[in-house]
Structure formats: C-alpha cells, structure tokens
Design a protein around this ligand. Structure first.
Ligand code: ADP
Ligand code: MG
Length: 362
C-alpha cells in the first residue's frame, strides 16, 4: 500500500535540539561539539556538532536511522576514531585523544568478539589486570553468576546460543567494573523473541553493575524500552534528548514524531493553546501561534462509523492486537489505530475524532 503523503516528513535544516538543558545530577561523560568528516570532498560530515551528557549509572540510547552517525559517535567515545573537532570528558578528564585502552571504557562489539579457543570463564577473565590469578578467577565467576551462566563456565563460545554469547560478552566487559560501557546494536544478532527478553536482562544487569551505558540502536521500540534517556540522531546530529516518555509525547520536530512510533503530520493555524485544522479545532500540548505543523498519534484518533461522515476508510491492516486504518478526509489522509473489536470495512464512511492534545512541531 502506498504511504499517504501526510506521513512523509522533511528534516528541517535548523532543527533545534530540545532537551540539552537536562543535566544529570552526577555527570560522568560530557561530549561537546563532536565532529567527524571521513572524506575530503564537500559531502556532509558523518557526525556534526554532537553534544551529550551522560550521568553516573545512566543508560542512554543513541537512536536514529542507518547511516546517521551513531556508530561513528560511539567509536569516538571509545577511542577507535579521533574526532576532527570537539571534546570528550570522562569524570572531568579530557580523553578526546587517548587510545582506547587508556580510557577505562568497556565496549561490547556487535559480533561479541569472543575468543573461540578460550572457554567462557577464560573469556570473562581475559580483561582483568592487576589481580592475582585467583582474584581474577573469583571475579570472573562472580560476573558469570551475575549474568546467570555460572554452569556454562567450561563451554566454548560455539557451544552457546546467541543470547548466551551476548551475556558472556557483557560479563567480560563488565568484569573490570568500567564506569561506562558502549554497546553497538547489541541485539541485532538475536531473533525477535530473544531480543525482547534479552534487552530487559541487559538493562537489569547494567543497573545491577552500576556502570553507565551508551547503547546504539536503530530500533525505536528497543530504545524506548531500555533507556533512561534517548538521544535521537538524524544526519549526523543529535536532534532531541529526553526520557522515552518525553520524546514520545513531545517530539521536537516531524522527524522525531515519525521515527518514534508513527505520527500523522497535520497543517494547522494556532492561536495559543488551540489550532484550527482540517479535523476541526484541536487542543495543543504547548502554546503556539500562526501556521504550524502538528503531530497527531494514530492512537489519539477515534473512528466513528457514520453514513453522513466526511471521511472514508481507504485502507486497513489487521495486526492482531489492534487494527490500522488509513482514512481519507478531503485532502488529508490519516493513519488511525484502534483496539480490537468491531472491524470497519474499507469504503465505510466515518467521522474522525481527535481525543487528546496534539503536538505543535518546531
Ligand atoms: P550508523 O551507525 O548510524 O548507521 P555510521 O556512524 O556507521 O552510521 O556512519 C555515518 C556515515 O559515515 C555514513 O554515511 C557512513 O557511510 C560514513 N562512514 C562511517 N565510517 C566510515 C569510514 N570509516 N570511512 C568513510 N565513511 C564512513
Ligand atoms: Mg552503526
């Protein structure tokens, strides 16, 4: 089915980042003006003026579409890439140009990078320096207990499932108790069911260990489910930072509104806390004036079958736990999600009712 035009978005060139004023109580990592340009031509930089603050023990998701600069940002924090401009400060120390091993930051690679010839215990013990062998072994066993794999200590990586391998990789990274752990798409090798289960385990493990984490993902559901705060990236920049609830309810622009879940973008004319739109006069979540674009979540709209209704159902998708409808009213095509119950056939005349505040976009 063709996507209705109202669901398309354009990234405004001067998208103003919201949420930068939020500062965690105890700052662990501070990134300012980070920039990385891989090529010499006039192609845009991979990462441009990225700023971010991570608190002690905080779990941050870097979320954005493929190619937006997430991995490059993470690699600069880890020391695998040196930025062209900007600074990275960890607990007050400038680490921008330090090699990875001098930073004391843990990194969980996408493919886990376990040593195939070492057993699970030796893999976890590997990074522990400055301890006796007995101390390192005790610490490694403690970490395996933490991730629930102590029984598998003598196995080789190829004798483990994907999820188990990932927990070993996490145990190895957490064993030296780093203040910060970096994870790049850590669940991409797992099937869907495993992913949902594993991400809550990983969150719990990170919280138990006390390490802060920056986790890269292109999966908005994963970011919302896992993180204390989410930094949304687009085209090399951070466009919004906030708690999952804040960015879902108050997206800063059309890109964030559409990337985090689905949104209808509706034109309107605002005066204060209300706006006139093709769907009537609607209340706003924050004050605005003049011509505005408004984000309306599909679940904020109710469908009422009505033979005299001004709109018609033009498309439908059955999803089990709910129904997705495309509804045309004049020039406007809206996406609507409704709960299970009476299904409405394509072609039925309906009335649309917006039952919540809508969000003016910048
Ligand atoms: P993401 O992780 O969000 O998918 P990346 O950070 O990997 O994005 O890439 C951002 C941009 O930088 C992309 O356009 C990518 O092609 C480019 N890029 C990444 N690494 C390199 C590299 N080593 N050399 C040249 N270009 C690169
Ligand atoms: Mg990447």
């Amino acid at each position: 089915m063709n996507r209705p035009a109202s669901l398309e978005f354009r990234m405004p060139a001067d998208a103003s980042p919201l949420g930068f004023r939020q500062r965690p109580a105890r700052v662990l990592l501070e990134i300012e003006g980070l920039r990385k340009h891989f090529t010499r031509d006039d192609a845009p930089a991979a990462v441009e003026r990225v700023g971010l603050t991570v608190g002690e023990g905080e779990l941050i998701a870097l979320l954005g579409p493929s190619g937006c600069g997430k991995t490059t940002t993470l690699r600069m924090i880890g020391g695998f890439e040196i930025p062209d401009a900007g600074t990275i400060t960890l607990r007050g120390r400038d680490i921008t140009r330090l090699p990875p091993e001098a930073r004391g930051i843990g990194f969980v690679f996408q493919d886990y990078a376990l040593f195939p010839h070492l057993d699970v215990l030796a893999n976890v013990r590997f990074g522990l320096r400055g301890m006796t062998r007995a101390e390192a072994e005790a610490r490694a066993r403690e970490m395996l207990r933490l991730v629930g794999l102590e029984e598998l200590a003598a196995r080789r990586p190829h004798e483990l499932s994907g999820g188990q391998q990932q927990r070993v990789a996490l145990a190895r990274t957490l064993a030296p108790a780093p203040p910060l752990v970096l994870l790049d798409e850590p669940f991409s090798n797992l099937d869907t069911a495993m992913r949902v289960e594993t991400r809550q385990e990983v969150r719990a493990l990170l919280k138990k260990s006390g390490s802060a984490a920056v986790l890269v993902t292109h999966d908005q559901e994963e970011a919302l489910a896992l993180a204390d705060r989410v930094a949304v990236m687009a085209a090399g920049r951070v466009v919004q930072v906030g708690t999952p609830d804040e960015i879902y309810r108050n997206p800063a622009n059309a890109f964030v509104a559409s990337f985090l879940g689905r949104s209808n973008i509706l034109a309107g004319n605002a005066d204060g806390m209300d706006a006139d739109t093709a769907l009537g006069r609607l209340p706003l979540s924050r004050a605005a004036n003049g011509a505005v674009r408004l984000a309306v979540r599909p679940e904020q709209i109710m469908l009422e079958p009505d033979p005299d209704g001004p709109a018609a159902v033009v498309g439908r998708e059955f999803r089990g736990h709910d129904q997705l409808y495309w509804v045309q009213e004049g020039e406007t095509c809206m996406l609507v999600i409704s709960g299970p119950g009476a299904e409405i056939e394509t072609g039925t005349r309906v009335r649309l009712r917006v039952c919540d505040c809508v969000v003016p976009l910048s």
